[in-house]
Design a protein around this ligand. Structure first.
Ligand SMILES: CCCCCCCCCCCCCCCCCCCCCCCCCC(=O)SCCNC(=O)CCNC(=O)[C@H](O)C(C)(C)COP(=O)(O)OP(=O)(O)OC[C@H]1O[C@@H](n2cnc3c(N)ncnc32)[C@H](O)[C@@H]1OP(=O)(O)O
Ligand SMILES: NC(=O)C1=CN([C@@H]2O[C@H](COP(=O)(O)OP(=O)(O)OC[C@H]3O[C@@H](n4cnc5c(N)ncnc54)[C@H](OP(=O)(O)O)[C@@H]3O)[C@@H](O)[C@H]2O)C=CC1
Length: 452
């Protein structure tokens, strides 16, 4: 990841100093000396830290995504040299709307009230009121990210603030090289599950827009926003959508197809089954395929593990995968429209050279190439698999295919044998097929003897 920057700038490590901080603590538990240095020398803040878990407890999500943002703004207001405060939110902070503009939307309950109530309500009551509080938001993550934006607006004071809202972040497109990824969030986890053969079906709308955005595009836009906010000092807080859907749309169908096609060329090692997944679009087919393609093979495999004296683990893993799928479903069965006027304005403000260096023009992205590099990146950087292992991985898939055929044939024969034993109709059909084959073979033999 850092090889390229080390080549360009060998003393890069001297320019960076990591500071330990914990958003759960007062003053973030930053040491006195570090705090002093931050207060007197900071020029730009990029506030990225957050909890991104969809299932986080509301108290924790509020602490990290709302209260900590409030405290950071307070700290920022004591920094005399601060030029810009860039807050990273998410394009889904208002996913209860279909069309989302680059504005901060009000929340039904004021963030301050939510922060206060988290201090005295106990966990059981919070659990009970969470669904009512989050309303038509899908989870505590998007809900608290929306609250965080309102806090930024209300408590930003005189600071120069901007908000960047990326959609679903994926592997890098160009920098430092294509396909880098270190995170199993979003599509990466599902790519692993599909490539290893665990994931067989996903409840998704193939025509819905897959609003992925490469991580380096988000970084480039964020840096450019930092520059624009510090130099041009817009009068109000500008929101920038970092999304792909309205400029270069790709849908889940095309993405899933390309992911599967890439597995043919670049298979993952030691797959559980051959990668072969499909989309389901209604409840009945989802339940059916979950039972047949996810739960049943897991139970059979765990039975085999037990028989061979090993600890069963597949059912647990499968349950976890199904839970993850159920949490992602909301996002892969809907499309949103995000306006990108501010992002386009920013692009036009950059010099041609800066447009090249800080490229965030998503129209230039070739999805098929990007997805192939993404799958390759998942294999190399997440699964840490060696490219030299590809021939062996292909051999393994061939073996799995043969086992699959063998299993299907055996299953067919058993079912057929049972049918013949119990049903006169099945016996008649069987007799008809056998006698037909016999006659066909006799005719074939007779005609070949005549020719000789
Ligand atoms: C026609 C063809 C058809 C073909 C069809 C076929 C398809 C074929 C292919 C399919 C591809 C195409 C479709 C793609 C669809 C994608 C949808 C994406 C939508 C995303 C929307 C996002 C919108 C919002 C955007 C934002 O703004 S969102 C910000 C992003 N937020 C998220 O995306 C969080 C979500 N997830 C969670 O909220 C938690 O994941 C949760 C779910 C609670 C589970 O939670 P849990 O089960 O606990 O599992 P984990 O905690 O995840 O961990 C699990 C274990 O992995 C470990 N591990 C974590 N890292 C790493 C790491 N590097 N390296 C190694 N290990 C790691 C961790 O240690 C733990 O190991 P362990 O400790 O067990 O040993
Ligand atoms: N991934 C995505 O698809 C999208 C992400 N975003 C936003 O981008 C930002 C980064 O997300 P992403 O990189 O995906 O998520 P990660 O979980 O990888 O990053 C979250 C960051 O927050 C830090 N952090 C978490 N808890 C604490 C804490 N208690 N104290 C101090 N630091 C903490 C983590 O530090 P450490 O590494 O030390 O744990 C980590 O650096 C978030 O604001 C998220 O909302 C927006 C849209 C899409």
């Amino acid at each position: 990841m850092f090889e390229k920057v080390k080549e360009v700038c060998p003393n890069v490590h001297e320019k960076i100093r990591a500071i330990s901080a914990d958003l759960n603590q007062n003053d973030f538990a930053i040491s006195k000396e570090d705090l002093q240095e931050l207060l007197s020398n900071t020029n730009v803040i990029f506030h990225c830290a957050a909890t991104v878990r969809f299932d986080d407890h509301l108290r924790h999500a509020v602490q990290l995504n709302v209260t900590a943002t409030q405290q950071l703004l307070l700290m920022a207001s004591q920094m005399p040299k601060l030029e810009a405060f860039i807050h990273i939110s998410t394009a889904y902070s208002n996913c209860n709307l279909k069309h989302i503009d680059e504005v901060i939307y009000p929340c039904p309950v004021e963030p301050k009230k939510i922060i206060d109530s988290m201090e005295w309500l106990d966990d059981a009551i919070i659990d009970e009121i969470t669904p009512k509080l989050i309303g038509d938001q899908p989870n505590t993550y998007t809900y608290t990210k929306a609250l965080g934006e309102v806090v930024v607006q209300q408590e930003g004071g005189d600071l120069n603030i901007a908000i960047v809202r990326p959609s679903i972040m994926g592997a890098t497109w160009q920098e430092p090289f294509p396909g880098w990824v270190d995170n199993i969030n979003g599509p990466s986890g599902l790519i692993i599950a599909a490539g290893k053969g665990f994931l067989r079906s996903v409840r998704a709308t193939p025509m819905a827009v897959a609003d992925l955005i490469p991580a380096d595009t988000v970084v480039n836009l964020t840096l450019a926003v930092g520059w624009y906010t510090a130099v041009h000092r817009p009068k109000s807080t500008l929101v920038y959508h970092c999304t792909s859907g309205n400029l270069n749309p790709c849908n889940w169908g095309k993405m899933g197809f390309q992911v599967l096609a890439t597995f043919e060329k670049i298979p993952f090692e030691r797959a559980f089954r051959r990668p072969n997944a499909d989309f389901t679009t209604n409840n009945i087919s989802t339940h059916y395929w979950n039972a047949v393609s996810h739960r049943a093979p897991a139970i059979i495999y765990d039975f085999y593990l037990r028989l061979t004296g090993r600890k069963p683990r597949m059912t647990k893993l499968m349950n976890r995968l199904l839970r993850t799928l159920s949490m992602l479903e909301y996002f892969i069965n809907r499309s949103w429209e995000w306006s990108t006027h501010n992002t386009e304005m920013l692009m036009s403000e950059l010099s041609p050279e800066d447009q090249r260096v800080f490229n965030f023009d998503i129209r230039q992205l070739n999805w098929l190439e990007y997805i192939e590099n993404y799958v390759l990146g998942v294999k190399k950087y997440l699964l840490k698999e060696d490219m030299a292992g590809i021939p062996e991985a292909k051999q393994h898939l061939k073996r799995l295919r043969n086992i699959h055929y063998l299993f299907n044939t055996a299953l067919f024969l058993i079912v057929w044998r049972l049918l013949i034993a119990r049903s006169q109709v099945a016996r008649n059909v069987w007799f008809f097929i056998v006698s037909f084959c016999y006659k066909f073979l006799s005719y074939f033999r007779a005609s070949s003897t005549l020719k000789v």
